[in-house]
Write a protein that binds this ligand. Structure first.
Ligand code: URA
Length: 205
């Protein structure tokens, strides 16, 4: 069993925070183990908690449309959340829940998958990578975190509740395919690794 599958198994029986008391099923995440693109949402809602799959409800449908709009297959993307269990009544996750879940699971998922680009969906996800910023200031801008491109976006559910945000998310999403392409581009000149006491070769000058 892969390390990622072992982690998913551990998540499905996790009892590290109080969310396990009210969840129906934990939602570890899904997608290829070598995905270049990772989407990180906030936490499972009603449908996700029933099916143990991320983004399968109304915001999932919208997310599917956003992915289709940039010709990215959902099956090529790893999709997960900051917290793996549904907060009761869909309340916001608490700091201790987020901290425990991310240090135990999300950080390891990132370590195993090694995505090139992480799109954060909503402020809780953004806050894991970009503390002390506000989503209204940074959505649609590109950041680096431990060598990974971080692209913060509004949460798709926000677009469903606030009509004026729909176009903002759609516009921001258009850049996702380009960000992925940029990470694919090979360096223009090969990197020449030189032994410490070797004189510089003319090619390097
Ligand atoms: N909202 C999220 O943040 N994650 C899901 O999986 C579903 C809805």
């Amino acid at each position: 069993m892969s390390e990622l599958s072992e982690l998913a198994k551990a998540i499905s029986v996790c009892m590290l925070c109080k969310l396990h008391e009210t969840r129906n099923r934990a939602v570890p995440g899904e997608g290829p183990e070598n995905a270049k693109l990772m989407l990180v949402g906030e936490g499972p809602g009603f449908n996700e908690d029933q099916q143990a799959r991320p983004f399968v409800g109304a915001s999932g449908k919208f997310l599917d449309q956003l992915l289709a709009s940039v010709d990215i297959k959902r099956s090529d993307v790893y999709i997960t959340n900051v917290v793996k269990c549904r907060p009761p009544e869909n309340r916001d996750p608490l700091p201790n829940e987020t901290q425990t879940c991310c240090t135990t699971y999300l950080d390891k998922q990132i370590e195993f998958i090694k995505p090139k680009v992480i799109v954060t969906l909503g402020r809780y996800s953004m806050g894991r990578f970009l503390p002390n910023v506000t989503i209204s200031n940074v959505h649609g801008k590109v950041f680096k975190y431990k060598g990974i491109t971080i692209y913060p976006l509004y949460h798709p559910a926000a677009a469903l509740h606030q009509g004026n945000l729909r176009k903002t998310i759609e516009d921001d999403f258009k850049r996702v395919a380009d960000l992925l392409k940029q990470t694919d581009e090979a360096p223009k000149t090969p990197t020449i690794i030189k032994k410490p006491d070797e004189p510089p070769s003319p090619k390097q000058m």
